[in-house]
Design a protein around this ligand. Sequence first.
Ligand code: AMP
Ligand code: GLY
Length: 425
Amino acid sequence: MKKVLVIGGGGREHAIVDALSRSPQVGKIYCAPGNAGISAQAECVPLKDTDVEGLKAFALENGIDLAVVGPEVSLAAGVVDAFKAAGLRIFGPSKAAATIEASKDFAKQLMAKYNVPTAAFETFEDYEAALEYVKKGSIPVVLKYDGLAAGKGVVIPETLEEADEALKDMLLDDKFGKGKVVVEEFLTGPEFSFMCFVDGEDVYPMTLSQDHKRAYEGDKGPNTGGMGAYSPVPIITDEDVDYAMEKIMKPVASAMVAEGCTFTGVLYGGLMKTPTGVKVIEFNCRFGDPETEVVLPRLESDIYDIFSAVADHTPMPQIQWKKDVTMGFVMASKGYPGDYEKGFPIVIPENISVNCHSEERSDVRIYHMGTTLKDGQYYTSGGRVLMVVGFGADLQEAHDKALAAVESIECDNLFYRRDIGWRVL
Ligand code: AMP
Ligand code: GLY
């Protein structure tokens, strides 16, 4: 039986642990650092997801057969490079390949060079020059800080004053650190998340999902890491998916090889179906969160085989998906994505928490994003706290089951969007 180490401690990692626990080959799962919900399915190890040396030492001492990396910060810290150098098997891209997410400018230059459809753009280091460019173009415009900013480095100003404010934050006051800003054409249309397993030139698509980035109902309020998701996405056609594979995902995988930063792991295309075709909004170098919590529960195949095929560069088995569809609601701390308080007790009724992650129970699963456990009681400990996923024969049924479960969870400091799935229901 295999021993697996999952790196990270959010809802995405809970869904990865949950998928691994369904593999008949996997005996023991560790998760570093994990969280309260994950601790019911894996042994949590108190190591930070950026403690590369600590994680490597743990894997060596405990005879880990395979490590799987969740967060971008671990990848950007070089955890994959360090594990490989130590002869350890690990699923995820190298630090160099992770640049496709860590630097918006790198991703945009790559797309420009290889003719991958995306919004027109220009990159600036100088505040005055950026402001001049924005003044010459049209509003709204999209301003993207060129670095990791936990989903908060993108601003879409509706007025020139707002644009000026944001450019000052990013280029004069270094709010996110010293860096460049990508100024981008504003595109319209439904967005969807296209995650693919990538092993160099070989690209294997996952089923589609759709995130809800804005904090409040009606797609209002600030951008967040994601407030809910569902899978599949019926408004995106098979032709759109073929186009995205042939014109975006495969060319980008090949481009990464050609550029000397071969990608292995999950390449996440954040795509938009615009009136002039499918275009790239962003790339991520890892599973999306909360998309993973609606995609992986639908995976029929053994995920250990898939991770192994990528990590070992061996042939990929046929990837099968279940018929049941999923929709999930994020319950977040009031104030998120801004400041919020932690430490509020959460009461999850027994009828939805007991055996929530067993095969007998398949109508709802609760993935913990930010919780702690003390004396048998869960407490909030993050911005996003729970992702409650419903299953159904169709998206309406999945929606209703998830929402009923959400409404039965008690906590004084959580909010959620009730309109997850509005585009398709
Ligand atoms: P990103 O972090 O690049 O995914 O941007 C966050 C969100 O901002 C996206 O999910 C979109 O909703 C929005 N966004 C980013 N780029 C554009 C664009 N060029 N046109 C319209 N909306 C965009
Ligand atoms: N949900 C979007 C992301 O993972 O970046």
